[in-house]
Design a protein around this ligand. Structure first.
Ligand SMILES: Cc1ncc(COP(=O)(O)O)c(C=O)c1O
Length: 440
């Protein structure tokens, strides 16, 4: 795609108005001001067209404004926009709960709690885990991202800026190391390590600091998202499940980013053949309308009326969008994510051989990450290269996002085909080559 002068004059004007009116806490890495979107493409207010490899952070899994999702939204909006689902009943919310219970990768019957966001789904899981076990303690992982409300933030440990200034956070939370083999926190090598990071929990933490019978749940992202697109090694999730089973601890899979077909299966936990007790979803569930859900084994849902609820959770328009989204995912998009994701990963792995800064390529389906380094031996993080590539890709017509400290993520809508994926990867490679020439 051609290069463009960005931001254009209209974008510039909007960004000034934004700065004068909107909280400075948002993380904007480059000045894209959206006018409209269609499928895998978006346009800015100055008329520039971009290929979107961000899906608005893994949300627009069916592409921008998919006609079937838009139709479902319009039809529901004409009937009614809201009738608090916590006090009354409406079919679309019940149908969505039935659908989620059908697709959830948990054999025991499940029940759904509806929220409005990922963080709210995590809050619900946190509260239910404590309520159902009557245990106070929670384990989460370093580099984890579970959201920014106070409970969810207490589980988040991906960037200090997210936590600084907000203490005290929830007590009774301990962070342990994830299966991040590229930078093993124990300086070991898989599989000789014999999953040292999981063994540490039982052999050290549970002996010295945290009584396992006080632990309600372990919260885990099946692939760590904001923390750097980190995929745990084979056997890791199963070992975690077994650890939970030995101590009566619930396993909560936070599938807010990995869920809804993104990884080439409806839920990423299906890749590991491991059943969680509770699942949280949001982001891609409704193609862009705000919705979150916490799905739990029925036997855990023992809290009484009034224990937890939300005025907007399970909003009928969002629920209609979710039903249309799931129909599309089951109708071929999950498979497409697996197929195109495989193609993209193979190309990225090829690029790894040609580029001195590509230290690691990882991910499943269309949730792919590339970790950029200054030197493949020392693995010194190349944040400057990462930021340069993202900026240049933007100027060349490709929207990318970072993750972690030095990772670029590739999360296009699941409708993308191989040819379009290649166009985006060509732009990425061009930008990377320039960055390597300029910065190494
Ligand atoms: C795994 C995970 N959990 C929770 C959240 C929080 O979701 P939300 O921003 O909708 O509150 C995110 C957001 O990036 C996420 O990736």
């Amino acid at each position: 795609m051609d290069e463009r002068q960005v931001p254009g004059p209209k974008a510039e004007a909007w960004i000034q108005r934004d700065g004068a009116n909107i909280s400075p806490s948002y993380t904007r890495s480059y000045p894209f001001v959206m006018e409209r979107g269609e499928g895998v493409y978006v346009w800015d207010v100055d008329g520039n067209k971009y290929l979107d490899f961000t899906s608005g952070i893994a949300v627009t899994n069916t592409g921008h404004s998919h006609p079937e999702v838009v139709r479902a939204i319009k039809e529901q909006a004409e009937k009614f926009l809201h009738m608090s689902g916590t006090d009354f009943y409406y079919p679309v919310q019940i149908e969505l709960a039935e659908t989620l219970n059908r697709i959830a990768p948990i054999e025991e019957p499940t029940r759904v709690f509806f929220a409005n966001s990922g963080a709210e789904a995590v809050e619900a899981a946190l509260k239910l885990a404590r309520y159902a076990t009557r245990r106070p303690h929670i384990l989460a992982f370093r580099n984890a991202f579970h959201g920014r409300t106070m409970g969810a933030l207490s589980l988040t440990a991906s960037k200090v800026v997210q936590r600084r200034g907000f203490a005290p956070l929830l007590p009774e939370v301990t962070h342990v190391e994830y299966g991040y083999c590229y930078r093993c926190p124990f300086n070991r090598t898989y599989p000789e390590c014999d999953l040292a990071c999981i063994r540490y929990i039982e052999e050290e933490l549970f002996q010295s600091e945290v009584p396992p019978d006080q632990v309600a749940a372990i919260f885990v992202e099946p692939i760590q998202g904001e923390g750097g697109y980190i995929v745990p090694p084979p056997g890791w999730m199963r070992a975690l499940r077994e650890l939970c089973d030995r101590h009566g601890i619930l396993l909560v899979a936070d599938e807010v980013q990995t869920g809804m077909g993104r990884t080439g299966k409806m839920f990423a936990m299906e890749h590991f053949g491991v059943e969680p007790d509770i699942i949280t979803v949001a982001k891609g569930i409704a193609s862009g309308l705000p919705l979150g859900a916490m799905i739990a084994r029925k036997s855990l849902m023992i809290w009484p009326p009034g224990a937890h609820a939300s005025t907007f959770g399970g909003n009928p328009v969002a629920a209609a969008a979710a039903l249309a989204t799931i129909r599309l995912l089951e109708g071929g998009l999950v498979e497409n994510a697996a197929r195109v994701g495989k193609h993209m990963k193979a190309r990225l792995l090829d690029m790894k051989d040609d580029h001195p800064t590509i230290g690691d390529v990882r991910g499943l389906g269309l949730m792919l990450g590339v970790e950029l380094v200054k030197d493949k031996e020392t693995k010194e993080r190349a944040k400057d290269v990462r930021d340069w590539v993202i900026q240049r890709a933007f100027e060349k017509g490709l929207l990318l996002l970072g993750a972690g400290r030095n990772v670029i993520r590739f999360i296009p809508p699941l409708i993308i085909d191989e040819e379009t994926a290649d166009k985006g990867l060509d732009i990425f490679e061009e930008a990377l080559t320039e960055a390597e020439q300029a910065l190494l």
